[in-house]
Design a protein around this ligand. Structure first.
Ligand SMILES: NC(=O)c1ccc[n+]([C@@H]2O[C@H](COP(=O)([O-])OP(=O)(O)OC[C@H]3O[C@@H](n4cnc5c(N)ncnc54)[C@H](OP(=O)(O)O)[C@@H]3O)[C@@H](O)[C@H]2O)c1
Length: 293
């Protein structure tokens, strides 16, 4: 199934628009990038691996799109600044920014910015990229941040972000995904013009997300990925079926700004994810870390 068909946006003509999809070298991001390219958008394909990025760019050229691969490691804030500069250099503006790149680490570590790495890659990086591109996103543009239902198990305690002591990979991942939902909410509140939303894509056991996980987790994901989708009552996704909601949010005419979506519908996120004070505090905290404070 093509994501644009699943999202019922196959009739949309995105010719003349430009979209940046982060983490587009594999999984959900690759599928979103291809869908937006088929709909006519110019797609900037972000990733870390040049060969895989150029392969996605070739797939986009094959459907008549005009892609460009841009490389940056999201664990490196300087590389993110460079990515934002390259986006400016190669485009007149962005209509869609899909913050999709994400990771899961089984072992904890602290990045050069002094924060736990999952939080850095999954939240701080899209925060830094998006805010750097503020005046480059069109007034009627859209920022889609790919979060997860796992945000419901996240707990955001700022004092725990500067260390990887007592690290728990799933807790860190849930916390970073909670930050994604809070970020979209606060971004939508702060920015006039562009709409910001967050979403759960689906559960993709075959994705690369679990490659840094423990052996038992990787084994469980392999087993899940072998079960035919109909037998899971739609609870297990392929990368293409998980790309439906992000593609919908990137391409549909109008969205509910600040909302969290699942299955192309706004749904109520966790209590912490609806806490406006926490969202504002996270924004200030993130600004401070990005500024080196
Ligand atoms: N898979 C699921 O079940 C699931 C469920 C809910 C939400 N999500 C979310 O969906 C999004 C996409 O996940 P996926 O399942 O498609 O995973 P994936 O196949 O591993 O794709 C993740 C993408 O992010 C990139 N990325 C990872 N770490 C990076 C870094 N440090 N710097 C730059 N790029 C980096 C990857 O590039 P490399 O290949 O170079 O690492 C890849 O292009 C993530 O935000 C994830 O949290 C996934």
């Amino acid at each position: 199934m093509r994501p644009e068909d699943g999202a019922s946006v196959h009739h949309r003509d995105l010719t003349g628009t430009t979209a940046l999809v982060t983490g587009a070298t594999s999984g959900v991001g690759r599928e979103v990038a291809l869908a937006l390219g088929r709909l006519g958008a110019r797609v900037l394909v972000h990733g870390r691996d040049r060969d895989r990025g150029e392969a996605v760019a070739d797939e986009l050229r094959a459907v008549g799109a005009d892609p460009l691969f841009l490389r940056a490691d999201f664990a490196d804030l300087d590389a993110l600044a460079g990515l934002a500069d390259e986006v400016r250099e190669h485009t007149d503006g962005l209509d869609v920014l899909v913050n999709n790149a994400g990771t899961h680490f089984d072992e904890g570590w602290v990045t050069d910015a002094g924060v736990e790495a999952t939080f850095h890659v999954n939240h701080l990086a899209p925060f830094a990229l998006t805010t750097r591109l503020r005046d480059h996103v069109a007034d009627d543009g859209r920022v889609v941040t790919v979060a997860s239902e796992v945000h419901r198990r996240g707990d955001l305690v700022f004092e725990e972000l500067r260390t990887s002591e007592d690290y728990d990979g799933f807790a860190a991942y849930g916390r970073s995904k909670l930050a994604n939902v809070l970020f979209a909410r606060e971004l939508d509140r702060r920015w006039d013009g562009p709409e910001a939303v967050a979403c759960h894509p689906g559960f993709v056991p075959a994705s690369g997300l679990w490659r840094h996980s423990s052996l038992p987790v990787r084994a469980a994901m392999t087993v899940f990925s072998l079960v035919p989708r109909p037998l899971t009552f739609g609870r297990v996704d392929t990368a293409a079926s998980a790309a439906v909601t992000p593609t919908f949010l990137a391409a549909v005419d109008a969205v509910d700004g600040g909302a969290y979506y699942r299955d192309c519908e706004p749904v109520t996120p966790s209590e912490q994810a609806r806490d406006d004070d926490l969202a504002a505090r996270l924004w200030t905290y993130s600004e401070d870390v990005v500024a080196g404070r």
